[in-house]
Design a protein. Structure first.
Length: 176
């Protein structure tokens, strides 16, 4: 009973030695081909995964680059808008404001000083200069390029009723 089917077929004369060898080689080839197919399939799956990861990384990188280009374009447009809409200031009064931890002066007229205190004008810094700009640009600059804003009035001169001393308003022309 320990004889294999192959041996039994040989003894019975139903198969010859040559067909047995041929069957063995085909079986070996199938086994090798099957292992190779599995290895090849796993290698191709790994290569496909690497390619998908690379494409995802490239898409992310391209999206970041595009966002940076769009941000730079918005900043450039904001800078040119500040220069175009600048209010000329060449008055004889000095308006002092705080920017980056330092007190900075700018020469303005009396009317411009009142407009600054009322929040109708703001101060922006571009190309190494402080420039007076209309207050309607402030919101756009805050969205596109907030670093351009040097000073914006935090409250109006008329007051909104939240003053601690409503009977004693601080004069706009107070000089230190």
């Amino acid at each position: 009973m320990s004889d294999s089917l192959r041996d039994q077929l040989l003894k019975a004369g139903l198969a010859d030695q040559q067909s047995v060898k041929k069957a063995r080689t085909q079986k070996r080839k199938k086994r090798r081909r099957g292992e190779a197919d599995e290895e090849q399939a796993s290698a191709s799956a790994a290569a496909a995964q690497r390619e998908a990861d690379r494409r995802a990384r490239d898409r992310t990188l391209n999206r970041r680059r595009q966002e940076e280009r769009e941000q730079q374009a918005r900043e450039k447009a904001a800078r040119s808008l500040v220069v175009e809409r600048e209010v000329a200031h060449d008055g004889d009064e000095r308006f002092h404001f705080e920017h980056n931890g330092s007190i900075r002066p700018i020469n303005v007229s009396g009317e411009q000083r009142r407009a600054l205190a009322a929040g109708e004008l703001a101060i922006a810094r571009t190309r190494g200069r402080y420039r007076l700009i209309p207050a309607d640009l402030v919101d756009r600059l805050r969205q596109d390029a907030p670093f351009l804003l040097a000073w914006v009035a935090t409250h109006s001169a008329a007051g909104d009723g939240s003053d601690e001393y409503p009977d004693h308003p601080i004069p706009d022309d107070l000089m230190w």
